[in-house]
Design a protein around this ligand. Structure first.
Ligand code: GDP
Ligand code: MG
Length: 301
C-alpha cells in the first residue's frame, strides 16, 4: 500500500457514443482485458469497473455502454446505466472518435453535459486514423460547447497519449486512502467475465442481427484437483434458426467459437480451461427481468 498521507483515489466514468473505443481504452489503462471489445456497436452491455494505479493514485474507471437513442428495452437499460455511471463518478472522461467527429450521439452527450453544467475531460481517440488538421478543427468545434476542462489526443489501440492522460487523471483524484486492494483490477465476478469473453468471440465471428439476439450465461464452474477448471456455458438465442447458425455446419461454428474463447480464458485465468458450450432457444430473453439483474441493469429504465 502507499503512504496514506499522500495517496489519492476516485471514480472516473468513461462515456461516449457507441464504438468510440471506451472499452479498448479501459483495457489499455488497466493492462489486461476487463471489458470486451468488438467492431460492432453496443458490445458493452453493462457497467464495468476497471481499477488502475498511477503513482500514488488509484483511479477507478467505470466503463459504460455507449450513449445513443434507445429503442429496445435493453437499449434503454444500457443508456440509463451509462448516465448512471456518469452520475456516480467524480470525473467524466468523454471519449470521441476522431474519424467520426461530433456525430449525433456525441452532440447529444455534449448538450446534456452543457445543460447540467457538468465539465468533462475530453479525449479524442483513434488519432492514428486522421490527419492533424482534422484534429485541430475538431478541437475548435468542441470548445464551443464549453464542456471540456482538458483535451487529450490518444490512440487507445496503439497506446499513444494514454500515459499522459492517466497521469492527469491521477492528479485530479482526491486525497485519501485507496478504495480497493492494490491487486484488484475489476469488480466483475469470474463467471460473468468468462461469459463476456465468449460473447466477444461470438461478436467477432457472427454478423448482422445475430449477436444482438444472443446472451451467454456461465452455468457451472468447477475447479478440479489438477488445477484446471471446467466451465459450462449456455448461449441463449431467440429462434431455432439462430441456433442452427451458432452451431454451424457439422458444429463447426461453435467449435471454433469454443476454441477461441478457451484460449483467452486460459490466458486470463492462468489455468487450463475445459469449456463446454450449449445453445438453447429462449424466446424474448431480452424481456426477461432476471437477465437485467444479472447484468446490474434496471429493467424498468
Ligand atoms: P466502445 O463501444 O466505445 O467500448 O468501443 P470498443 O472499445 O469496443 O472499440 C470499438 C472499435 O474501435 C474496435 O474495433 C476497436 O478495435 C477500435 N478502436 C478502439 N480504439 C482505437 C484506436 O485508437 N484506433 C483505431 N484505429 N481503432 C480503435
Ligand atoms: Mg464498450
Amino acid at each position: 500500500m502507499t503512504d496514506p498521507t499522500s495517496s489519492r483515489a476516485g471514480f472516473v466514468a468513461i462515456v461516449g457514443a457507441p464504438n468510440v473505443g471506451k472499452s479498448t481504452l479501459l483495457n489499455r489503462m488497466v493492462g489486461t482485458k476487463v471489458s470486451i471489445v468488438s467492431p460492432k456497436v453496443q458490445t458493452t452491455r453493462t457497467r464495468v469497473l476497471g481499477i488502475c494505479i498511477d503513482g500514488n493514485a488509484q483511479i477507478i474507471f467505470i466503463d459504460t455502454p455507449g450513449i445513443f437513442s434507445p429503442r429496445r428495452r435493453l437499449d434503454r437499460a444500457m443508456v440509463a446505466a451509462a448516465w448512471g455511471g456518469a452520475g456516480d463518478a467524480d470525473d467524466i472522461l468523454l471519449l470521441i472518435d476522431a474519424s467520426r467527429g461530433i456525430d449525433e450521439n456525441t452532440r447529444a452527450i455534449l448538450q446534456r453535459l452543457t445543460q447540467s453544467k457538468q465539465s468533462a475531460i475530453i479525449a479524442i481517440n483513434k488519432v492514428d486514423l486522421v490527419k492533424k488538421p482534422i484534429l485541430l478543427d475538431l478541437t475548435n468545434d468542441l470548445r464551443s460547447y464549453d464542456v471540456a476542462s482538458e483535451f487529450f489526443m490518444i490512440s487507445a489501440e496503439k497506446g499513444d497519449g494514454v500515459a499522459d492522460l492517466l497521469t492527469s487523471l491521477g492528479s485530479r483524484m482526491r486525497s485519501g486512502p485507496w478504495l480497493f486492494p492494490e491487486d484488484q483490477i475489476s469488480d466483475m465476478p469470474q463467471r460473468l467475465l468468462a461469459a463476456e469473453i465468449t460473447r466477444e468471440k461470438l461478436y467477432l465471428r457472427l454478423h448482422q442481427e445475430l449477436p444482438y439476439a444472443t446472451t451467454i450465461e456461465t452455468e457451472n464452474w468447477q475447479e478440479r484437483e489438477d488445477g484446471s477448471v471446467k466451465i459450462d456455458q449456455i448461449i441463449y438465442v431467440e429462434r431455432p434458426s439462430q441456433k442452427a447458425i451458432v452451431l454451424g455446419k457439422g458444429g463447426r461454428q461453435i467449435k471454433a467459437l469454443g476454441e477461441a474463447a478457451r484460449h483467452e480464458l486460459e490466458e486470463i485465468f492462468g489455468q487450463t480451461v475445459h469449456l463446454f458450450l450449449f445453445v438453447k432457444v429462449r424466446e424474448k430473453w431480452g424481456d426477461d427481468p432476471d437477465r437485467y439483474r444479472d447484468w446490474g441493469l434496471d429493467y424498468n429504465a
